[in-house]
Structures are given as C-alpha cells and as structure tokens.
Design a protein around this ligand. Structure first.
Ligand code: ATP
Ligand code: MG
Length: 794
C-alpha cells in the first residue's frame, strides 16, 4: 500500500499503532485503564475507512453504552475531518440487535413492530403468570423469577436449552414458567432486553444462510469493553466473526464489573483459544491520570487475586494526592461536595478554574443520588443525572408512553392494561376481567377484546360508553399516525406510502378523518394526551405534584422532536441508559460507577465509601471473595476516571430507605497506599480549613479514618471504640455552615411571603432547624435551606 499521510496515526504510540494498522485477522488489545484502548479502536475505524477496506455500513462496532457510541461517532468524524455518513452498525449490543431482530422478527415468532418491555412491564407480566399458576408471589417473588430468566437468557439458553442441572430452580418450576413467559411474550408481540440477543443468536444458529449474509456484510468487527460481555453476546460475536475472523476486541480484566449480570471475564482469556493466531497487543502507558491517582488505583486493585497483572505508568508526575474526607452524614457529604464544586469552579488548590462539565460524582448505589440532587437543587447548581432515576420512569411519562405504545402496537396488552382506566373511565376490576376474558375467548389482543366486549354489549353503561370512545380514539390516532390512505386502497403495512391525498370535504375543528395528511408525531402525541383526557386528569388534580407532572408531559412532547416518528422514539426510550436533557450550559454529572465506565473527568468525587454500601452488603455477606473482588474492580474503575483530582469520602451515618444506619469507613480505604493520599479535616472538627489535616496513618488505619470523620456519635464508632478499648472522644462542633444557616433562618417567620431562586414565590409554613418549609406557588411544599430564601417585603 502506498504510504499516505495519516494524521490520525501520528498521535498514537507504537503499540497502539500496531493494533490500528493490523486490520485483518483477530486482534486482542488487553490493557489497563486510560491506556488509550478506546482511542486506538476509534482510530482503527478511521483507518478502515481511509484505507478503503470497508464502507461505514460494513463496520460492526460494539460499545457498552449509547453515550459511548455517540462519542465514538463524534471522534471518528473529528479524526476523519468530516462528518461521517452514518455508521448504522455502531452501537450497543442491544441497539444493534433491535435492528437485526426487526428485519427477521417473523423467525422469532414476532411481528416487526414488536414492543420492547422494560423491567416494570416484565415484572407485571411475571406476576400475572405466577397468579395464573397459583404460585404464592410472597414466597416466590416475580423479581426472583425475572432474575433467573435473565440469567438464563444471558447464557443464551432458550427454555429447551436450560440444562438439567438447573431443574430445581424456582421451586422446580423455573423452566416451565420460563417457557410460559416466552409464549406470553410472543402473544403480546413483545420481547424483553435479554430476548434481543437471544432471539438473534437463535436465528443465526437456525438459519446459516442468514448468518452467512451478515458475516459477509460486516466485514470488520470491533468491540470495546470486551471484559463485560456475557455468554450470549460472546456467542453472537463468535458467530458473526466466524467467517473472516476480522475481529478486534479491547478490554481490561481489572474493569470487569458486570459479573452480576452474567458477564464472563473468561471471554477475554478464551479469545486466543477461539481465534488461534490472534495478535495480542498490550499497552502500559496511561495518558489519563496523574501519578498519585494511578498509584492509588493500583494499590486498591492489587488486593485482587487471579489478575493478569498489568503495571501502568504515566508521564504526568506529581499532581494532587487522592483526597480522603469523612462526614457526619450523607447530607453533610453532599453539602461539602457542593461547596467544593463551587470553589473548584473559581479555581482552587493551584488548579485552573474548572467547568461544571469537568466534574463528576460517581456513586455506588443510585439511592445515593437523591442527597446530591436535593442539595444541588437547593443551591441552584446545574447537574445532570446519567442513567439514574430516569425521567422516563416517572409515572406520568410511563402512562403517556403506554398510550403511544398502544397506538404504535395495538396488541401491546401491557400498555392497554396500564391506561384502560387512566384517567378513570368507570372500568373497575370487573369490567377489566371481562375484557381479559373476551380477549382470551377470541384469542385476540386486549384492545380487540375490548372492542368485541363493547360491540356485544358485555360491558354496558357509562363504562361501556367510555370504553367504546377509547377504542375509537385509538383507532383514529393510529390512522392519523399512518397518514393518508392510498386512493381506494389500504395503508401499506410499513406505513410508508406515496399516496395521493383524497381531501374532498373541509374538516370541522377537532375532526380528523381517514385520509387527512399526516400530522407531525409531536402534534399527534399532544392530540393523544388531550383527547384521551390524560392531560385534563392532571389539570384537575389538586396535589402539589400535579404541576410538575404537567411540565414533564410537555417535556416529553418536546423530547419527541429529535425522532422521526413515535416508534423510533419508543425504541430509543426502551434502550437508553442515559438521559441527558439537551439543555445548554455546563453541568456536574452524577452517575453510578457502573455507568462511568470508559469515561474520564478532570475532577471526580467518589462518595459513600462505607462498608455495606461500598463494598455492598451483599458482596460482603457472600462466601468467598468473588463479590468483593468485583466491588474492588469497581473501586478501580472509579478512581481511574479521574484525570487531576480525585476525592473519596464517607459518612458515619446514612439514611438508607428511610432508616438511619451508622457505618464504618470502607475497607477499600485501608487499601489506599498512604503516600498517595491526603486526609482532609471536615470543616466542623478543628475549626475548619483543610490545611489542618492529621497525618494519615497515625494510630491504626481504621481509627484514623474514623477520627477524621464526624462519626463519634454513631453506634458504628462506639462499637469501634469498644473493640479498641479507647476512651470516647469529644463531640464534634457544629459545622460552620450550620451556624450560618441558623443565623439565616432567624430572619423568617411563618406566614411570611418569600422568594427562592429555584422554586420562585411562596409562603413559609414551618421552620425546622436550619430549614424552612415553604408552600411554593408553583412547586408545592418543599423544605429548603434558609440561606437561599429571600424575604419579600411587599
Ligand atoms: P478505559 O479503560 O478507562 O476505557 P481506555 O484505555 O479506553 O480507558 P482512552 O479513553 O482511549 O483509554 O484514553 C484515555 C485518555 O488518553 C484519552 O483522553 C485519550 O485521548 C488519551 N490518549 C490515548 N492515547 C494517547 C496517546 N497515544 N497520546 C496522547 N493521549 C492519548
Ligand atoms: Mg475505553
């Protein structure tokens, strides 16, 4: 090949370059965090395109999250110096499999417009199944069955392939229920997440001709985060790469954090066996983090056994040590981090001022997020939650989407059940049972069952009238979605028509007629929400949440804009793992450690390092080290996300699911190498200021850790003292911030009209500690910190 200038190769080191340029045959890149695996993978795509080896649609490139896929697309575009004309097969396993499955749905017993169920629907379905089988859900919870079925699907076991060794699962009825569940899904024209892969693998195995077609089509295969593939994903890859074997996988055994979801690190180790002659590339230079950060992460991961054992180095010497700080409770921790973020924005500790986009808070469990969200709302600090308690999981959003789903897929029974009596249509349990019964009797969907029940007069009275109206509405909305009919013909199945519009008579207001030109899907969505009475339901609702819910519905319609149609949108929602709203402006990111994989931020906060939270209680209760080792890898992932500043914190007390619990600092804190850690003093303890840190490691590690935190009052601390036979220490002073807030609160009295920067106008209805309870005109009743409230003197 003639040597061409290739600027994208210039900023790679020789090992990376080797991995990029060796395009044909199997390549495995096995290397630690931040060594430029993803960068090399991206450059490899560019190299494939530039060298003319493949067109964009011939490259199959698998990333772990949708966010990562978007990022990779942008990076490829940047390296190429031009917008790429679509990389249709760059995405997550799930996103790619949805596309494949839509093309071959009939081979899995589905129609191409199948619905993808989320966990909530899945559980509801399983509950019905358990009830129908007279199984006591209290003893045998649906959630457990769902976990079991997921586990089997992750191993690519269809019901008939579940091995005999699993026969005793779920009180010996697991396999049978799995089979029933699959049948039910087919009847509903639906599949769950696990099915997306399972169906495609099954189709490939049963139809070699189809597999061959795709083997030829996807000329090059690339996989990021390979350490987290499960058996089904692995089989899928092996099938697709089986012909040409042009597959390049990159991963890091130390970052395998999805074992609980069936991922097998073993896949990495098996690569060379499956693809003999595979070229293995190792990278050792870390380009992301400073020396202290890398050394701290290395110190923690060293506690794991059976590693491949990679040593990393960085040219970024020195920098800030990893900071460690303890707090009285989770609220205090959130408050402190909020203040740190604000001072980092201004520039502190010799660091340049940082944008909020440069900072991230990575939590072990999503319930930890609430404290940060509350705090940041109070102080007006912009933040985004990635993959957290999602917008799309809110009740009103799920209701609205059930309407949309039913319009897109009329046989989506779960959606029908969700909305049939929402808003109230006088269709109680009895009427709903009648619909179920009719549907079963005729072997049709619930919606069709409802139509029959109404037509045959099985459901009478007001409820019957409302139900008829609902059925008619749904049919009309669907027509509006499919758009104009062909003159004298049918709407084609795929909804794509080049029809002539037969528009003879003018329409009256509010009337939609067969043949009406297609409205935008935003208009349609609004129409559905209005005409169904759903919007009115919340307008008439007097609870404080109602205005917020109406806001959310508006937001939902807004979100539709980015999609071509309702189906595309529903698919997106079913698949997304992150939900950044595209509002402008910099924001702090809050996400779980799991969601942070592959990402990097100049500043990282790692809160909640307490035994029982991180490592999780479950991993500590387990016999053996497996769970604990996975948690340790998660700690390694967390620390290695940081480029310049990494702060680990823990709280002595924490409210978990409404209950106060005291905690001891995480055992992983003991594993941080002392010389790379700086212990900060919490503001209230020695009169404030961070300079007065006690030397780390004075006394036993555990005592020092606790002494640095305000944990003296906690039962956990007392237990610790009993154990070490120490004299109780003095109580911590009130933190400085609390004092300020108490002063602030004294300026208010109940009944007073006030203004809050985030929630607007309201009246004080109660005062509690440093907080005011305010009945806001728009936001309803909230407790806020007095400091951010202004008295209105009108
Ligand atoms: P992780 O294991 O966390 O996914 P990774 O190995 O995929 O990490 P990348 O995200 O590709 O690492 O790279 C980490 C950082 O180092 C990025 O900011 C990237 O731009 C930079 N980088 C990678 N390779 C080089 C290089 N050869 N020269 C300079 N910077 C590099
Ligand atoms: Mg990466």
């Amino acid at each position: 090949m003639a040597a061409r200038p290739a600027p994208y190769l210039d900023d790679l080191n020789p090992a990376q370059r080797e991995a990029v340029e060796r395009l044909d045959g199997p390549v495995l890149m096995l290397a630690g965090a931040g060594t430029g695996k993803t960068k090399a993978l991206t450059s490899r795509i560019v190299h494939l395109l530039v060298s003319g080896k493949a067109r964009p649609n011939e490259i199959l490139s698998v990333t772990f999250t949708n966010k990562a896929a978007r990022e990779m697309k942008t990076r490829v575009g940047r390296l190429l110096g031009q917008q790429i004309e679509g990389m249709p097969w760059l995405g997550t396993f799930h996103a790619i499999c949805v596309k494949l499955l839509r093309r071959h749905a009939e081979l899995a017993g589905l129609k191409s417009n199948f619905t993808i169920l989320d966990t909530d629907d899945q559980i509801r379905l399983l509950k019905q199944l358990l009830a129908a089988n007279n199984i006591d859900e209290k003893r045998w919870p649906a959630r457990q069955l769902s976990g079991l079925i997921d586990h089997w699907k992750n191993r690519a076991w269809t019901p008939s392939k579940v091995p005999a060794s699993e026969a005793s699962a779920f009180n010996h009825r697991g396999t049978e229920l799995y089979e029933q569940y699959q049948t039910r899904l087919r009847e509903l024209n639906a599949c769950d997440f696990g099915d997306l892969l399972l169906h495609v693998v099954t189709i490939f195995q049963a139809h070699p001709d189809i597999l061959e077609q795709y083997q030829r089509w996807f000329r090059y295969i690339l996989v990021d985060e390979y350490q987290d593939t499960n058996v089904a994903q692995y089989l899928w890859l092996r099938l697709l790469a089986g012909g040409h074997k042009n597959i390049c996988c990159v991963g890091d055994d130390d970052q395998s954090i999805y074992g609980w979801r069936g991922a097998e690190v073993g896949n990495i180790l098996r690569f060379e066996k499956d693809f003999p002659g595979a070229h293995v590339v190792r990278l050792e230079q870390n380009y992301r983090s400073t020396e202290h950060i890398l050394a701290a992460a290395g110190g923690v991961i060293r506690g794991n056994e059976g590693r491949l054992g990679k040593e990393l180095w960085t040219a970024a010497e020195g920098g800030e040590k990893v900071r460690l700080i303890g707090h009285w409770d989770g609220e205090e921790e959130a408050r402190w981090i909020g203040e740190e973020i604000e001072s980092l924005q201004k520039g502190t500790r010799g660091l340049d001022p940082k944008s909020l986009d440069d900072m991230a808070i990575l939590v072990r469990a999503s319930h930890q997020m609430r404290a940060f969200e509350d705090r940041f709302l109070t102080i007006g600090l912009p933040y985004r939650v990635i993959g957290g308690p999602r917008f799309y999981e809110r009740m009103e959003i799920r209701d609205a989407m059930a309407y949309f789903r039913l319009v897109v897929s009329p046989d989506d029974d779960l959606a029908f059940e969700r909305i049939v009596n929402t808003p109230k249509r006088g269709l109680g349990d009895k009427a709903q049972q009648l619909i179920q019964h009719t549907a079963r009797q005729f072997g049709v969907s619930l919606l069709d069952g409802a139509r029959i029940a109404v037509d045959e007069g099985r459901i009478k009275g007001k409820g019957g009238g409302h139900l008829r109206q609902l059925c008619e509405n749904l049919a009309r909305w669907r027509e509006a979605m499919l758009g104009p009919v062909l003159r004298g013909g049918e709407v084609p199945d795929d909804g794509i028509e080049d029809a002539v519009i037969d528009n003879e008579e003018p329409l009256t207001v509010g009337e939609t007629r067969r043949g009406t030109p297609r409205m935008t899907h935003m208009e349609l969505a609004e129409m559905i929400l209005d005409e169904s009475g759903y919007t009115a339901m919340w307008q008439n609702d007097k609870t404080p949440e109602a205005p917020g819910r109406l806001e959310n519905l508006k937001e939902l319609v807004k979100a539709l804009e980015q999609f071509e149609n309702l189906q595309g949108f529903l698919e997106h929602v079913a698949l997304i793992m992150d939900n950044e709203t595209e509002e402008s402006g910099a924001k702090v990111s809050i996400m779980t450690l799991h969601a942070a994989k592959g990402l990097e931020f100049p500043v990282v906060f790692l809160p909640g390092w307490e035994d029982g939270l991180f490592p999780s209680q479950r991993s500590m209760d387990e016999s053996g080290q497996k769970g604990l080792e996975e948690e340790r890898r998660l700690a390694y992932v967390g620390i290695t996300r940081a480029e310049q500043l990494c702060t680990i914190s823990f709280a002595g007390n924490r409210r978990v699911f409404g209950q106060w619990q005291s905690a001891l600092p995480s055992r992983f804190i003991d594993e941080l190498p002392e010389q790379h850690v700086e212990v900060l003093t919490p503001p209230g303890l020695y009169g404030g200021g961070f300079g007065a840190a006690a030397p780390y490691g004075a006394g036993s590690g555990l005592e020092t850790r606790a002494a640095e935190a305000n944990v003296y009052n906690s039962p956990g601390w007392k237990r610790l003292q009993e154990r070490s036979g120490q004299r109780p220490m003095s109580q911590p002073r009130e933190s400085r911030n609390t004092v300020i807030d108490l002063q602030a609160v004294s300026a208010f009295e109940t009944g007073q009209r006030v203004f809050h920067q985030k929630f607007g106008y309201g009246a004080v209805i109660g005062i509690e500690g440093d907080k005011l309870e305010i009945d806001f005109e728009k936001a309803g009743v909230k407790k806020v910190v007095a400091r951010f409230v202004h008295a209105e003197n009108d």
